[in-house]
Design a protein around this ligand. Structure first.
Ligand SMILES: [Zn+2]
Length: 327
């Protein structure tokens, strides 16, 4: 427990329910301050995290506030406490204590720390793909998308939501140490913008939970769906932040980066060399741009094999291969 956590719980509405995944739901105190009508359907959600952090999400007006140890006491958190009826002097005391603690920690160590991730909710009414009973044109399109992309129900817990804005997306939860700390919703409608709706926290790497002790190396690629195909990790882009590198290094495995075949991918190769990682650029046919394409053409097993056998550690060999791969 932290002082923030304790204070928020003290002023939480007494009428609340708890869900099996650890969320407390109650009538959201935020909505009428944000131009919406007051919530009467228990659409405010709060979760306490193992490190003493908290996350608040409102499914009615969309207001969010969170806190993690080491982070600042935010303006939004102050508002939330005010709306829950906490007196200003109580809020000020908590804010001051957080500031003092942070200063103390900063003075002791200025070394970069491993990132921590708050638990977040999936889009409203999200259910596991395997629990769908409502087979309408939206859920069917999502299932068809999965079949066309060689995605199987036992890969991970895929989700779908019937709610407007999400119903034509395949939702992939982001796990960290067994908790859901983000998600992405991939549009299944061609050319729909945005292609991905994503909630992600800084420093996050997808798929770390899957890198068990029995794996000799960890494959690291850009997109989550590519990572799912090869039980690898995804950066969620073509850059490796220092925090992401720390999480990958903590696996204590050979890291094999598989870049996409584009300009951003060639920058990723240089970053991988800098970090001492291996890079795999298999002899795939020219028109194959990423792992998803390779799986579609060659199947998962061959794709995995071609990645493993083409992984180079030597910067010279990597750069030579890159010349062929990116042209
Ligand atoms: Zn609200």
């Amino acid at each position: 427990m932290s002082v923030v956590n304790e204070t928020v719980l003290t002023y939480l509405p007494a009428k609340r329910k708890s869900t099996p995944s650890g969320w407390l739901s109650f009538n959201a105190p935020c909505c009428h301050h944000n131009g919406n009508s007051a919530d009467t359907r228990g659409r405010g959600g709060l979760i306490s995290n193992p490190d003493g952090g908290i996350s608040y999400h409102c499914f009615n007006c969309g207001f969010k506030a969170s806190w993690q140890p080491g982070r600042q006491f935010s303006h939004k958190l102050r508002k939330l406490l005010q709306w829950m009826g906490a007196p200003d002097d109580v809020i000020n005391k908590v804010a001051l204590e957080v500031m003092r603690e942070n200063e103390g920690v900063e003075a002791k160590t200025r070394i970069a720390e491993l990132p921590t991730f708050n638990t977040v909710p999936l889009p409203e009414d999200a259910i596991k793909i395997t629990d769908i009973t409502n087979f309408n044109k939206f859920s069917m399109a999502v299932l068809e998308y999965m079949a066309a992309r060689n995605l199987n129900v036992d890969d991970t817990d895929y989700y779908w939501s019937p709610s407007l804005g999400y119903r034509d997306r395949l939702i992939i939860p982001f796990y960290f140490e067994g908790r859901i700390v983000g998600w992405t919703g991939r549009s299944v409608v061609p050319d729909k913008k945005p292609k991905y709706l994503t909630e992600v926290q800084p420093g996050y790497v997808y798929g770390l939970d899957e890198q068990g002790y029995n794996k000799v190396f960890a494959i690291v690629c850009e997109g989550q769906i590519d990572a799912i195909h090869v039980e690898g990790c995804a950066l969620g882009g073509s850059e490796i932040s220092d925090q992401q590198a720390m999480l990958l290094n903590r696996l204590q495995k050979q890291i094999v980066v598989v870049p996409d075949r584009d300009k951003a991918g060639s920058k990723l190769v240089e970053r991988a060399i800098e970090l001492g990682y291996s890079v795999a650029m298999p002899d795939w046919s020219k028109e194959i741009n990423d792992i998803g394409d390779a799986v579609h053409r060659y199947g998962r097993l061959y794709t995995l094999h071609s990645i493993a056998t083409s992984a180079d550690e030597s910067p010279l060999k990597i750069r030579l291969r890159a010349k062929k791969w990116f042209t």
